[in-house]
Design a protein around this ligand. Sequence first.
Ligand SMILES: C[S@@+](CC[C@H](N)C(=O)[O-])C[C@H]1O[C@@H](n2cnc3c(N)ncnc32)[C@H](O)[C@@H]1O
Ligand code: SF4
Length: 371
Amino acid sequence: MEPRRDADELGVYVHVPFCSHRCDYCAFATWTDRGHLMGAYVSACLAEMERAYCEGLAQASTVFVGGGTPSLLPPALLAELVAGVRRQPDAEVTVECNPESTSRELLERLRDVGVNRISLGVQSLVPHVLDGLGRRQVPGAVARAVELIGEVGFPTFNVDLVYGGAGETDEDWRATLDAVLHLDPAPPHVSAYALTVEAGTPLARDRARHPDDDVQADRYVMADEVLAAAGLSWYELSNFARPGHSCRHNLACWRQADFRGFGCAAHSHAAGRRSWNIRSIDRYVAAVANGSCPTAGEEVLSRERQALERLELALRTSDGVPAECLPATPEMDGLVERRGDVLVLTRRGRLLANEVTLRLSVPGTTLAHLG
Ligand SMILES: C[S@@+](CC[C@H](N)C(=O)[O-])C[C@H]1O[C@@H](n2cnc3c(N)ncnc32)[C@H](O)[C@@H]1O
Ligand code: SF4
């Protein structure tokens, strides 16, 4: 299966590893005690970018500045970071923001340097669910941030949600979905993630707060029904959008386009070579400052592994996979549906996506030699 991509497609990801508080479920590379390094960190990212441009890195077709909490940077510093990414004139440029650090000044600066998409981390709108997630909240911050996104005038934005937190009932999840859809303006894109227990987090150490698989499945079905009824259709397992509002950056990653990451812990991928940067802020800043390469490791994927990963990613999206990549056996009944030459997961199939993935094969290879 050939990936659908343009020759000049390049995604750029910039990681911002600062937070004001670490949520109990989060395993991302982010720190709450490194604020004094913000200036040095942004300078290091800009230096890493300049080196890449000297080596011939192309202009980005999509940019995603994520974290951590990018909106925690002083507005001028975040704008300087975004402006350092060279991009095509019609590039999609997304910045992740947390509600409580989303100000009018920040949004105006971002808009003025070409940001055209905001991704807002909401997770839940029910206070006791946020408590169960170990996430801090400022009452009214979400509604205010969304209002500002509308007033400042971004053409599109996303809201991130998480379901399955301790103490969350079906009614709580329904209330969050309804409240999100009634925000003004209403989000044209929602990411709804099943809470995952990540090793090393406070959540991992507290079994009483671990989510239940059956409950998670019910919540997924509720999200799919409620969001679809509001005009947001799934285009990846956890991602729902109105027509024309899918995230181009994520779509390109799922279609195996090249992407280049800047900053600590950022990953890159080009033509089957995957690499990742040093994880700690301090060591990343030091490496760039003394002229060393901040890459911490890399792997080269065989053509077969690339082909299989391409299928695994495509299966998770509404692109689907070529029909010959899945067995035509009764166990597939009800899990996939045929759309022309491709098979796309049904809702039931999406709930069992990992099981279906295990049955994928690349036509012409047995893949028996793959790990
Ligand atoms: C990189 S995080 C940072 C976003 C931002 N700092 C925030 O917290 O809103 C992006 C998203 O990943 C999701 N996420 C993080 N940890 C998760 C977990 N353990 N399980 C499920 N979703 C998670 C959350 O929805 C979060 O908004
Ligand atoms: S979920 Fe977001 S705010 Fe919470 S610790 Fe992770 S990156 Fe920071």
